[in-house]
Structure formats: C-alpha cells, structure tokens
Write a protein that binds this ligand. Sequence first.
Ligand code: ZN
Length: 744
Amino acid sequence: MKNFVIYSICIAFLAPQARTAEPAPLQGYSPDSARDERDWEAKFRAIPDPAALRAYMLHLTARPHHVGSAYDRENAQWILSQFKEWGLDAKIETYDVLFPTPKERLLEMLEPARFTARLEEPTVAGDATSSQHGEQLPSYNAYSIDGDVSAPLVYVNYGVPEDYEALDRLGISVKGAIVIARYGGSWRGIKPKVAAEHGAIGCLIYSDPRDDGYYQGDTFPNGPFRPADGVQRGSVMDMPIYPGDPLTPGVGATKDAKRLPLSEAVTLTKIPVLPISYGDAQPLLAALKGPVAPERWRGALPITYHIGPGPAKVHLRAMFNWDTKTIYDVIARIPGGAYPDQWIIRGNHHDAWVNGAEDPVSGTSALLEEARGLATLSRQGWKPRRTIVLCVWDGEEEGLLGSTEWAEDHAEELRRKAAVYINSDTNGRGYLQVEGSHTLEKFINGVARDVEDPETRLSVWKRLQLRRMANPAGPGGAPAAPADRQELRERADLRIGALGSGSDYTVFLDHLGVASLNLGYGGEDDGGIYHSVYDDFYWYTHFSDTDFVYGRALAQTAGTAVMRLADAELLPYDFDDFTDTIHRYIEEISKLAREQRDQIVERNRQIGEGLFTATEDPRHKTVPPPKEAVPPFLNFAPLENGLAALQRATGLYDQALARATLGDANARLIAVERAFTLDDGLPNRPWFKHQIYAPGLYTGYGVKTLPAVREAIEQKQWKLADEQIVRVGKVLETAAAAIQAVFR
Ligand SMILES: [Zn+2]
C-alpha cells in the first residue's frame, strides 16, 4: 500500500480569508492530485450553458408528463438518447407501481345553499400549455381511498395536531364531519391522517390566498401567485410509514415482485381527500357558523372565518382507477478507475404532476447539463476514481416511487457500494440551499466556496453567510441574534439543515444509511403554481430563473460536488461538524423533555387554581384542558456517553489523518455511515432505519433528529423515550467504534 499523507483541510478552513497563489488544499487529496482536481473542476464549471438548460426545459415541459402518460415515457426515452449521444453508458430501468387516477370527483354543498365546486383549472390566455386539458391529470390527491360521504363541514386551520387541541378547548369535535384544512403548516398527507384519527369521515384541502395567493402578490398571469382556480395536486400517501409503491414495501416493484393486496396497503389514507382552489373553497367557508376562528387561523379571503360545525353540509365523492403503471428510471454510469465499487450517486426526478417546469424540470435540466459536462471531460481524458451513477427518477411526485423502488431493488449492492447520494429537485433564483448528512457539512462548505453567485459574483458561500447575518428567516425577517452573528463569522463552516423527506434522497439516507445531500437555489422568487397546470414554461420564464443562470449555478455546484467526491483519494467525510451537531441535538431534546415537564406541572397547577373557569367568557364557552400525569425525569446519560465516545473517536480520527496509510480506509468510511442505522428501524416504522434523521410521523416533510427519542418525548411516551435513549446511545457508541476503526 502506498504511503498516503492526507493534508488536513483545517488549514484551509481556519483561514478562509487567506489569499495565496497556491490553491487551497482539498480534503481527501494529496497536493498533486488536488492540483489536477482543481484543473478538471474549473474545466467542468465552464461547460454548463443557460441556453442548453432553457432548451431542455422547453422540450421536457412541452406536454403533461405524469406517471402513466405518453409524454412521461417519451421524456425518459429522450433523456436516455441524450445520455447516449453524449457517450454515456445509460439504460432505462422500469418498475410497476400502484398509481390511482381520478374516475369521479364531485364536491357539492347541500345546505344551507346549493353549490357545486368547479374542480377545474381554466386555460390562461398567453400560456400555451395551460390549454392541454386532454392530457392534464385532473386536480386530486393521489392515494386517497375511494369514498362517498355527506356531512357537516368543520374548518381545522392547517389540520395539524395542535389545531385539534385548540378545537378540543372550543368543545368542537370533528367526529362524523368533513374537515376543510388549508395547505401549509405540514406536509399535505398529515392532514387527512390526523383528521381520520380524530374521527372525521372526509377531508378537503384548499390553498388559502394568504399563503400563496393574492395576499402574497399579484396572481398568475399578472404575477407568480396562485389564481382563484389554481389547485395544488399532490400525494397523500402516509410516507412517514414507508414511501414508494404501497404494494411492495421494502422490495423493488419488479414485474414478479410479491405484492400486497390493496386492502393491506397501510399507506393509503383512511378517509377520502380532495384538494380544491380558493375559488371553490370560499362559498363553503362563507357558509360556516359557530365560533369565529382564532386570529392565527384566519386566511385572506374576504369573509369572517368561522369554524363550524355546519350549517354548511357538503357531499364529497372521490373514486379512483386503481391501476398499475410502469415507471421509467433513466440510469447512466461513469465507471471509476481506482474504486469502481464505490459509488457517488446523483439524482433528480423527471416526472411532474402536469407540465412541471419548476417542479422538477428546473432541477432535471441542471442534472442533464452536469451529465453533458462530465461526458465532455471523459472524452478529454478525465477518469473519476469512483463510479458515478446519474439517476433521473420517475414517479417522485406520487410517493418517491422511482428512487425508492430502484434503491430497494438494488439494496444489497447499494449497501456495499453507495458512498454518497446527491439530490436536487426544484431550483430558482437566490441563495444556495443545502440540507444533508453532517458528515458532509465541511465538504459541501468547501464546494460552495468555489462556485460563483451569478448576481453578485461573490462565492455562493459568502453570499449565504451574509444573508444569514442579515435575515436568517428570509427577506423581511429580523437580523441574526448577536451570538448567531458571532458564530457565522467565526465558525469555519456554515451549518446545514438536516434532511426530513419530500424528495428522492429519502430511501438512500433513511432506509439504506447512505450519506446524502439535497442541493438547490432559491429564496428570491416566490409563487403559487406549485403542482398546478400553471407550473409551466411560460410561468418559469416569466417569474423565476428567467435567464437560467441559477440553473447553471446548480449544475456547477452539484457537478463539482460529484467530481470532488468521485476523485478524492480518501472520501472527504468529516466527523467534527457531525459530532458538534449531535451535541446540539442532545441538548435540544433534553431541553424539550424539561419544558414538557414544566408545562404539564404549570398547567395542572392552573387547573387546580381554577384559572380556566375563572377566565372563561360565559358567552363563548370553552373546555378547560384535562389534568395530565406529571412525566418522570428522563435519564439522558446513555446519549451523553455516546456523544463522549464520538468526541473521543473524532479526535483520534483527526490525528490519524495526518499520518495514516490509506489501506481500505474508504470502505471502512462507508461502513461508518451504515453504523447510524438499525435493522429494525424506528419504533413502529421499521422501513426508516436511520437513527439520526427521519421525517416526522406528524410533520411528513419536516425532519425529526434523533427521531426515536424526540418523537417519544413529543408524544409523551416516557417509557419508550427511556428505552430509545439507551438504544440510540448505543448507536452513537457503535458509530464511534467504526470511526476509530477507519485507520486501525
Ligand atoms: Zn419535485
């Protein structure tokens, strides 16, 4: 084995302002190979071309291309032909998945007045593709069960668990009712799930103009926001249980896969669901009486928001074709020279709900430009050390079908070979947005320093750092607190968020334990065309990244990341930022447990003092909250011990880096990532195996870190919390041992 000296990246990061003629060292590279790498990367970043990105978008969005449509398949074949034309080794892999489409949709108000919802998105003059009604998938929520129900209506705000606590206080039950929830506040699939748990028999979801309509800005086609008849389609599959084909959990949906009967598919909703526009929602909401909705529940419709129940009574009929459809994943491979069995995987989906210019083609186009760039370099003599796998997924919108089925199908090989997965999805103008595994936090900071922001010519890293100081919550938000500003100035790396769910990284990170990143640009344009017929080429080229320079920035960022991972002599995982982040998570959850306890003690005391009955307005009756058992103190020592082991191992790893021989350190680094998973997964959802990150059972997309412990505390399951603290503490110790074994 060649003696291998790894130059510590710390030198570069401790002095980010230093300017020298010599390029900064690269983590995982010897000086010579770092120089080569920087040359190839610079050549790569010169390739992505806004005109090409525009042409891809024009082609891919020309017709609706949802799963099962003719154009979905044509797009996959066109992408395949592009890959081949560029000289890449590519193929299409197909799976057969359950994909319901609407057979009948009816929503009418029966009382106190008759009204029938239109449930249609009209053609907009000037927007050519908005008229393709024959090929458009009607507005609906996929994986709603069939249903025909009539009942009084109740307005439930966003329809998340806290909203039902507020309803309890008002003495309002949704048992036997149809609820109407507005989009936002959680992933949409949580709304019918929580409604059903509270006894509702149907669920409507509408887009309130306050959230993405005229309250935010001019509506389409005069502006980017949602018009009165715009509807957000979307999946309501119970993805926090498992994503992918509902009939083949844990295995690839190949032709001969063993399938569950439809009646055993637990990720379908329990009640019928239908999404509607605010044009259709307004008459229903206006007909509600009962208590006036609390201020934070009120939207921007010109009505007084009441909660009900009734007197509005509605009839909802939603019936579906429960068909099996073929999905088409396009997969290209650039074989690695030194480590062909270590894979760097890069993906973005190609399917859309309708024409899908922003979601997903803004990201798909960037991936195609990366593929063209890497193919060009290959012809010029560049050969990656590791194998690069480029994936253009189908069926993301319905429930991450293409990525999940492919990864389940190839799970055994991926567990051995997959080093990193890099995802993107929608892309727009603005700031770099990164979430992912914190073992890659330092790495992606390094990449961000080398990509130029098209608007300011600063590095995208610098622009993001300054933006976080100015207004971390986004434009118009408050500036960062002093302690945060200090950290932003002094910490070598900008923190990255953790991954929940909502795109194709889910199976790689959560199911297989592959370190993952999700990349994109955004924050300067908003809009209200998400999952509607108006998310099309006309909208994107009028209101988003109109000159495709942020498409180019995404291709440059993700492409640089892929090359730098694929070419490194030693995989550039880093455990300092990771351990620092775990430390924060443990502090967060012990604080959460303390606050939960304090709140319950205080509220029980208030109930004893008669506070709720004394302060009640007799004309607006409310129900005092029930007394709760005071939770026990939890023992966080096993997590603290796990953290201490991680800190020790990380220190030893950093020391070993300076004098280590490479050996099979790379393979053992890949094994470290797998050590964060447990075979039997999270409590009651074994498909989710990662013990550091998971989408929340009641947030859907929103992440829960140290999920087994955090969710047990949130759900007040104290015994479970105690057990999970021990279990996750062991995971941290196992990971620490794996880190220490890298250079054994
Ligand atoms: Zn998408």
